[in-house]
Design a protein around this ligand. Structure first.
Ligand SMILES: [Zn+2]
Length: 185
């Protein structure tokens, strides 16, 4: 039904130190895009994102709720934009080590990622999108072209608990203006 149940990690795995924390944050073999780019400045990112949220008058809670709502529906469209649900066996663990959307040892496929296609994207891309032909290798390209946004079931937690939108060099970044435009909240 395209619904997911979010669970707290059975065993919390907080990073041992700052080095480990940033290792989890940056691109790696297990997380090729990372939660932020290789060279992005952590404090600068958080500061500019907070300023932008204030300027746009959008809160982390508003963004988290809109993403939660999307994960909880089986609709094919949101705000006129097509939705594509991606199933994985496991969800991404929060880099702070305090949350994962899937339980340990539960290997039932779940929707852990949702792509929303921009209704203004080229028709050829929209057809490709609706046929489910996108792969994670395409993600950077589609986000740069503003043809789609990529949402993870980890995003609501990152927004609420850590006020973190992910870095500007990852296609998983939550851009408040784009999120509002795509989801129409
Ligand atoms: Zn966390």
């Amino acid at each position: 039904m395209g619904r997911i149940i979010q669970n707290n990690l059975v065993i919390p795995l907080p990073p041992k130190n700052q080095t480990e924390f940033f290792k989890r944050m940056r691109p790696s073999k297990t997380n090729p895009y990372g939660f932020m780019g290789k060279t992005e400045d952590w404090v600068g990112l958080l500061t500019s994102d907070e300023r932008e949220r204030d300027r746009l008058r959008i809160t982390c809670e508003q963004m988290a709720s809109a993403i939660d709502t999307l994960f909880a529906t089986d609709e094919l469209l949101v705000n006129g934009n097509h939705i594509q649900r991606i199933l994985y066996l496991t969800g991404e663990m929060c880099p702070w080590g305090d949350f994962c959307s899937t339980a340990l040892f539960d290997l039932t496929p779940k929707v852990t990622e949702i792509l929303v296609c921009n209704k203004t994207a080229p028709e050829a891309f929209q057809t490709h999108f609706r046929n489910g032909l996108l792969t994670p290798a395409d993600y950077r390209m589609i986000v740069q072209n503003n043809w789609a946004i990529i949402l993870s079931d980890l995003h609501p937690h990152l927004l609420r608990e850590h006020e973190f939108q992910e870095g500007k060099q990852t296609p998983y970044r939550i851009d408040p203006r784009k999120l509002k435009e795509y989801l129409g909240f």
